[in-house]
Design a binder for this molecule. Structure first.
Ligand code: GAR
Length: 192
C-alpha cells in the first residue's frame, strides 16, 4: 500500500451525480500539504453535474457508461494504470465494484456514505432514517469491499436530527459535514 513520501499521490475520483464531494476534495487537494492530487475523474453518467468541477479545474475526466459492470471495470482499469493512479475515492458513485476490480487495482479505495454505517446501507438513506424516527444520523468514510457500503470505517461523524428536519434539510446538513469528513479521512487513510 502507498505511503506518504512527500510527492502527492495521483488520485481518481469516481462520481455519478452532483459531485459536491468531488468539489471539496479538489479544493483540499490544491493545498500545499494535502497528500493527494486529483489526476482523473471518472463518471459512469454522462449527465453528472460533477463533471463540471473537473472541467473548471482542468482535471482530466472520462465518461465510461458501459451498461455491464465488467466492461466498465476493464476500461477503467486501463485508464487508471495509464494515469498512474494509486488511490480511488468514490464520491456519490452509485455502482458496486467487483472483488476482481478491487484486487486488480491493488491500492486503496475509499467511499463516503450518508449514514452512520453499518446502519442504513444502500439507497434512500435519509428517507429511511426519518421514517424510523432516528435521533441521529451522519456520514461515514470507509474502505471499499465488494459488499455495498461495507468495509472498515476510517471516520464517522454524527449529526442530530431535529423535529423540523425533512429529507432535503437532512441531506443538506449531512453533505456539509461530508465535505469536511472526506478530506480528513483521506489524510488518515494515507498515514496508515
Ligand atoms: C453523498 O451524500 C454521498 O454520501 C452519497 O451520495 C451523495 C453524493 O453527493 N453516496 C452514497 O449514497 C453511496 N452509497 P455528491 O455527488 O454531491 O458528492
Amino acid at each position: 500500500m502507498e505511503k506518504l513520501t512527500g510527492k502527492k499521490i495521483d488520485t481518481a475520483v469516481f462520481i455519478s451525480g452532483s459531485g459536491s464531494n468531488l468539489n471539496s476534495i479538489i479544493k483540499n487537494s490544491l493545498k500545499k500539504n494535502f497528500p493527494i492530487k486529483i489526476s482523473l475523474v471518472i463518471s459512469n453518467n454522462k449527465n453528472a453535474y460533477g463533471i463540471n468541477y473537473a472541467k473548471n479545474n482542468k482535471i482530466k475526466f472520462k465518461i465510461i457508461n458501459s451498461k455491464k459492470m465488467i466492461n466498465f471495470e476493464s476500461k477503467t482499469l486501463i485508464i487508471l494504470k495509464k494515469n498512474n493512479i494509486k488511490l480511488i475515492c468514490l464520491a456519490g458513485f452509485m455502482k458496486v465494484l467487483s472483488d476482481k476490480f478491487i484486487k486488480d487495482f491493488k491500492y486503496k479505495i475509499l467511499n463516503i456514505h450518508p449514514s452512520l454505517l453499518p446502519k442504513y446501507k444502500g439507497l434512500n438513506t435519509h428517507k429511511r432514517v426519518l421514517k424510523n424516527k432516528e435521533k441521529f444520523s451522519g456520514c461515514t468514510v470507509h474502505y471499499v469491499t465488494n459488499k455495498l457500503d461495507s468495509g472498515r470505517v476510517i471516520l464517522q461523524k454524527k449529526v442530530r436530527i431535529i423535529k423540523a428536519d425533512n429529507e432535503k434539510t437532512l441531506r443538506k446538513k449531512i453533505l456539509k459535514i461530508e465535505h469536511l469528513l472526506y478530506p480528513k479521512a483521506i489524510k488518515l487513510a494515507l498515514k496508515n
